[in-house]
Ligand binder design. Sequence first.
Ligand SMILES: *Cc1c(COP(=O)(O)O)cnc(C)c1O
Length: 368
Amino acid sequence: MSAYKKLGLRPVINAFATVTKFGGSLMPPEVLAAMNEAAGGFVDLAELQRRVGARIAELTHNEAAYVTSGAAAGIVLAAAAAVLRKHPDALQRFPDIADCANEAIIFRGQRNPYDYSIKQTGLRFVEIEGGPAALRAAINDRTACIFWFPRGALKVAEMSLATAIAIADEQDIPVIVDAAAQLPPLENLWRFTQMGAALALFSGGKDLRGPQPTGMMLGRRDLIDSIRPLSNPNHGLGRPLKVGKEEMMGLLAAVERYLALDHEARSQYCEDAVALFCAALNPLPGVSAERAYPNEAGQPLPWCRVTVEPAALGKSADELVAAFLAHEPAIAVSPLNETQFHLNPMTLNPGEEVIVREACVQLLGAGA
Ligand SMILES: *Cc1c(COP(=O)(O)O)cnc(C)c1O
């Protein structure tokens, strides 16, 4: 980490999550080796995209796959594919698509900062609230697609993904799922598309531990093929969303690794780390800690919820989050509110849990 230090930056221990802000995740040796090898030779990039896509599709039980420069880039390309389905002539016109079926239906309870990417294509939002009747009423000739963002505030009782897909199918409207952080569980790589979603978008740089600026679009071949002509190395809407040969090969290696990973051992590591944090924190006055499950992104992994009494400690949870970052070494933890924060073991390197535990005792212990 001396390269960061030379630039005057402090390396960070990540007990937060696979957040982009701190670098997403760390690439394992097999991913780095694949990128290194790819960097050693020229290749036809469009053909590489096809071959890597075909392999990822096979590995993930999908009809087709496409490597994108992140899940957010995947949202842009998926939205474009939804327009091209009815208007192949729009290929070189994005975002000038006012004369096309240019409406994307989204649910108010699922609005989030990533949905902005949909608008970059020129699509307009039709924001709906409510159940099946509201969705049926919103679909018309101008509907290009329906976006689904798991983990929003939308209650399953109001609308489930299965119901949304069933209604969309009645009118032949594609449903696009932003599954960026929906790994683990591994099965989500095929679950959404097998449920009938037209496309599902994943981050390559989160739990897959591929290159940070990668992602993948999984699903229907016709939709994926439709965006090739406007996407790198070709020109158009997708050209700025470039993915290199190193990223493509790195992501493929990451998917292969993820499929072979011992997810149970990994989950056990997280359980042990949470137990370690709870045991160190609970004896401290004004502090309580508990195992929480699943974590914020809904991943089936435990994390440690820490609740503090600011009056007893003389510090709010937000001040403690800042203190962890100012600590030597710097530790990023996941902020929640004035009295609570989370310690997330999923992005720790084995051994770092001990450093985090020591920092907890130092920052929250008596006399801190
Ligand atoms: C992280 C995330 C994204 C963006 O993914 P990138 O791969 O960083 O582009 C999009 N949507 C959701 C819900 C996310 O959590």
